[in-house]
Design a protein around this ligand. Structure first.
Ligand code: 6R9
Length: 645
């Protein structure tokens, strides 16, 4: 099969910072001489004390450690704001596009951002927040979300952003896990014309989160909310009483910056911890390399700040680079499927960065929604979050970009802090569906189940052999789980949990998760998390959840449920269980199919054979493989016969 290759456009090869040979040299040098390479890269940040050490790490159990620039001191907020004030204080740092297109956007200059963040920091301080304390941020996509995280960074507090779509239950778990006494929220959020009752959700979460002492409430919509005396304060009232200046706390490069909870293959979400120096360097360097970012380019990452993509590419990377970053409150297809492209036209967006699932949804609505807009400002198109199918890639390239904009498909994870495998516009010929080649410092390898390294064109499990500055440092409160999860499957290496193919040109093609994590609309969902939610229902005895192919979401959620004796398996209960999971976790965990199963396929030792459940959910019942080792092979026939399609 001849592969589709899209060569670097001549203009990009001429103007970008790196052409192909430049990339090869950069990557080669990063691996050959990492010490001097990274100390040189570290100069892109403003240090209070410049580091003399680069990476100091080992993935081996005996002396397991990960440190970057450990003797350096800096402040992340000062790097994202203060250092730009002299040269571009009047430039727009954040463009905020409201949910309702009839409303006026907000433009916040770096000077204004400085004041807003200082005020926010002083409000936090006035509430007793100190260096090292955890602050949970549960906000909609409003500028205050950026102010809040930067305010934490400014005073050395550790933020934990919880996506506004998560339920009170999920929020309570995250507040409790990191022992956060303060939550920053808003009265309500707005998305696609609908209101999200954030403050009410915090009130419900508070009942299950005894650590919570203070709720700072941003007035976003003016909707009615209950304020609890002694616990809740209005942000605007507190902000009016504090100064608009707040010194930036000098932080060690390895001091924690934030926690972000993400799904793994076991039930409880992991608090992924990122630290100060390495993370910021990685976010800013990859933002510049993958998108050849130049001052003046309007940059739009259309993610939510509740996900790592929003952290690294709405806030930290772009602001560290002095960019104008666009923040959008609403949904990509509201009021209609033109909205994304209208926003690009309205704000002269140079680069837009979104998820394949959004593209697939927009594609279904037809080309006219795109073609009726101008899009002449667009020069680069990015994707992240899941494998992009070549059909969506081509649509993005041809219809949206009219063939002139390279597609930057970035593969990475919450754990990696920023892009790991991704093209550079002046350097990398593109192949639809491939994230292409590794970033500097990244040494990916493919291994078989036994850990043998596979060479050349091959397929296997994706590992990273050495540390990079943006790597997570621990699971909050459970360092042992960190080591066990990532460094024991292939000892001495970081295991990504992804399967991958490498072609004859050394291009990487991510094939998806090989563990019990599924990717629903670009959001990670641990199947165990959904199972835990289901078994909390009084009628459910047991549940097993697997992914199933879904045209728009990439993967959908297929749940097999065994009921307690005497409970009727009917459509009403099915609807109730779907609603139950939404309430327990949030709408992103909504099951797409619920199948009642009198029994689940188990080995004699009681382990559920997920392979079989996956095949049935996929509708691939002709190749179930060997079922003879099952304790009761008969359950399979029932599962096949009652498959939900
Ligand atoms: C940034 C982010 C990580 C998982 C990852 C992989 C999948 C992300 C991808 C991709 C193929 C890409 N993934 N980007 N798969 N191509 N360009 O999404 O982080 O939410 O932690 O998800 O997403 O399976 O392991 P996170």
């Amino acid at each position: 099969m001849t592969q589709d290759v899209y060569p670097v456009p001549a203009e990009w090869a001429r103007t970008a910072r790196y052409d192909q040979a430049g990339y090869e040299r950069l990557h080669g040098r990063s691996l050959a001489d990492p010490g001097s390479f990274w100390l040189e890269q570290a100069k892109r940040l403003d240090w209070i004390k410049r580091p003399e050490m680069a990476g100091d790490w080992s993935f081996d159990e005996a002396d397991f450690r990960i440190n970057w620039f450990a003797d350096g001191k800096l402040n992340v907020a000062a790097n994202c704001i203060d250092r730009h004030l002299a040269s571009r204080g009047g430039d727009v740092a954040i463009i905020w596009e409201p949910d309702d297109p009839a409303e006026e956007p907000r433009r916040i200059t770096y000077l204004e951002l400085h004041q807003e963040v200082c005020r926010f920091a002083n409000v936090l301080k006035a509430q007793g927040v100190k260096r090292g304390d955890r602050v949970t941020v549960y906000l909609p996509m409003i500028p205050e979300a950026a102010f809040a995280v930067l305010a934490c960074a400014r005073i050395g507090a550790i933020h934990s952003v919880v996506f506004g779509g998560f339920s009170p239950e999920a929020l309570a778990g995250r507040i409790t896990d990191c022992d956060s006494a303060v939550v920053v929220t808003a009265d309500e959020g707005r998305r696609g014309g609908k209101r999200v009752p954030l403050k009410a959700n915090v009130d419900a979460a508070a009942e299950r989160a005894p650590a919570l002492q203070t709720v700072i409430v941003v007035k976003a919509t003016g909707g009615e909310v209950a304020m609890s005396e002694g616990r809740d304060i209005w942000y605007h009232e507190a902000a009016a009483t504090v100064s608009a200046d707040c010194p930036a706390e000098p932080m060690g490069a390895e001091d924690p910056l934030f926690i972000l909870y993400t799904s793994g293959s076991t039930g409880k979400p992991k608090g992924v911890l990122h630290t100060t120096g390495g993370y910021l360097l990685w976010a800013s360097l990859t933002h510049e390399l993958c998108f050849d970012y130049r001052p003046g380019n309007v940059w739009w990452c259309a993610a939510d700040i509740g996900w790592v993509t929003g952290h690294s590419y709405i806030v930290y990377g772009p602001l560290a680079n002095g960019a104008t970053t666009l923040m959008y409150e609403g949904l990509p297809n509201w009021p209609d499927a033109s909205r994304i492209w209208q926003i690009c036209d309205r704000h002269n967006v140079h680069t837009v960065f979104t998820a394949p699932t959004a593209l697939r949804a927009l594609m279904k609505d037809g080309d006219e929604f795109v073609t009726k807009t101008s899009r002449q400002s667009l020069k680069l198109l990015g994707t992240v979050g899941e494998p992009i199918n070549p059909e969506a890639w081509r649509w993005y390239h041809e219809v949206v970009g009219e063939g002139r904009c390279p597609i930057i498909d970035t593969w990475w994870q919450t754990e990696t802090g920023g892009a790991m495998i991704a093209p550079m516009p002046g350097a990398t010929d593109l192949k639809p569906g491939s994230a292409t080649r590794p970033m500097p410092g990244v040494d990916p390898q493919l291994v078989d189940e036994k850990g043998n390294v596979l060479h050349g064109a091959t397929e296997g499990n994706l590992i990273i052999t050495r540390s990079w500055p943006g790597q997570m440092r621990t699971v909050w409160g459970d360092h042992e789980r960190f080591f066990q999860t990532y460094f024991t499957t292939y000892p001495g290496n970081y295991f990504t949990g992804d399967g991958c193919r490498r072609d004859e040109d050394g291009y990487y093609w991510i094939t998806g998760r090989v563990d019990d994590v599924i990717n629903v609309s670009g959001h990670r969902m641990g199947t165990a998390e959904v199972e835990s939610a289901l078994v909390l229902h009084p009628k459910v005895a047991e549940a097993a959840v697997v992914g199933m192919p879904h045209e728009v979401k990439g993967q959908g959620i297929y749940a097999y449920v065994t009921l307690n004796a005497g409970c009727a398996a009917d459509d009403a209960l099915r609807a109730e269980l779907v609603k139950w999971v939404r309430t327990e976790i949030g709408p992103i965990a909504t099951p797409d199919a619920v199948q009642f199963a009198p029994g689940l396929p188990k080995t004699r030792s009681g382990k559920i054979m997920r392979r079989i459940l996956r095949k049935i959910a996929e509708g691939d019942v002709s190749s179930l493989g060997d079922t003879s080792t099952l304790a009761d092979p008969g359950v399979v026939d029932d599962l096949v016969a009652n498959r939900v399609s």
